[in-house]
Design a protein around this ligand. Sequence first.
Ligand code: C6P
Length: 418
Amino acid sequence: MSAAVTSNASDALITDIASLRGDFPALRQRVHNRPLAYLDSAASSQCPQTVIDAIVRQQSQNHSNVHRGVHQLGERATMAYESARERVRDYVNAASEHEIVFTRGTTESINLAATSLGGSMLSAGDEVLITWMEHHSNIVPWQMICEKTGAHLVPVPITDAGEIDLEAFDRLLNERTKIVAFVHVSNALGTVNPARELIEKAHAAGAVVVVDGAQAMPHRRVDVRELDCDFYAFSGHKMFGPTGIGVLYGKERLLEAIPPYQGGGEMILTVSFERTTYNALPYKFEAGTPNITGAAGLGAAVDYLSRIDFAALEAHETALLDYATERLSEFGCASIIGTAADKASVLSFVIDGIHAHDVGTIVDGAGVAVRTGHHCAMPVMERFGVPATARASFALYNNEDDVDQLIVGLRQAVELFR
Ligand code: C6P
């Protein structure tokens, strides 16, 4: 684990991770007449009751627009929205709330960075360094801005274990590298990248660093100042919040220096037909009516995570991943894709002779939700020579019963297809 991914420890924090499952109402249901074993949290995690309550409260009592009305509901909506920003700032330890830009999610956060940062700093012959384990949302926006500016996209290879090839990273990083963008935790492999080390190297080469933190936030305590990343992108719905809300953290001086991403209301100070002046941070990057209810939900998700001892959470999730890895080895015909030394909560695998989609369908019949496919990481599939994998992904609410139920489903799949 990178040094900047620290575990929070205090007596007041919750260490009994198993006790948290009861906070998630969706997990109490039965699916296909079986208890639900939800092993698809990397796609989207479930919400605890406190997040659901915050969403309902916002919609039922405070619904209005923000930063506009002087009436009571408008003030309450603004308060809910801005207090969520402050809680997110505090949670990731950003220096100022000016550095927390609300977006629709990681995808929009990276598109904002690629368009505004990449568009203003890249020119022909420059390079953007990414890795072979990126999600499409950390490939395509860079590809698009490279096409526009004449810069080159350079992917760093990964090893057979699914780790960044650090020698190749050192070799490919050079004076033409203007931006380094990498995933903190891989959604397709589970690899936890040594973020602090990569950021330090990139900065030494003079590059600006954008980190895709979508999968890190629910599993690691992220401190953006300790990491010293320039930008950090994440999504509410992968960290026990709602969909449609996310964050782009950016260092204030960089956000000040780059142009807005979208034009419209809220992001302006003055508009005339001759000239528009832009609003202060972070509003310069928040054109239009934002997702106020989503922000209220994300604020509640951050409150929820703030109460948890991350050393205990990591121990719980590592033990569960080890247990699942061991149980999967009972099937001589299963291969795990992604065997990095530092992994977080993702078990991606293929079973000889059975397509991943069939695996997914059969285990669904056993009440188990896994994701199958390329996981929006086609270059990872290409690297490992598979069209698709089945992926079980864990969150703090999962337990060994969920894994046992998965194994029952897999056994049914193997019996049916072989
Ligand atoms: N991965 C998965 O099943 P959005 O869709 O914008 O909230 O997040 C995009 C994204 C970016 N980076 C990483 C590492 C991700 O895992 C994801 C989303 C989901 O793995 C859906 S494809």
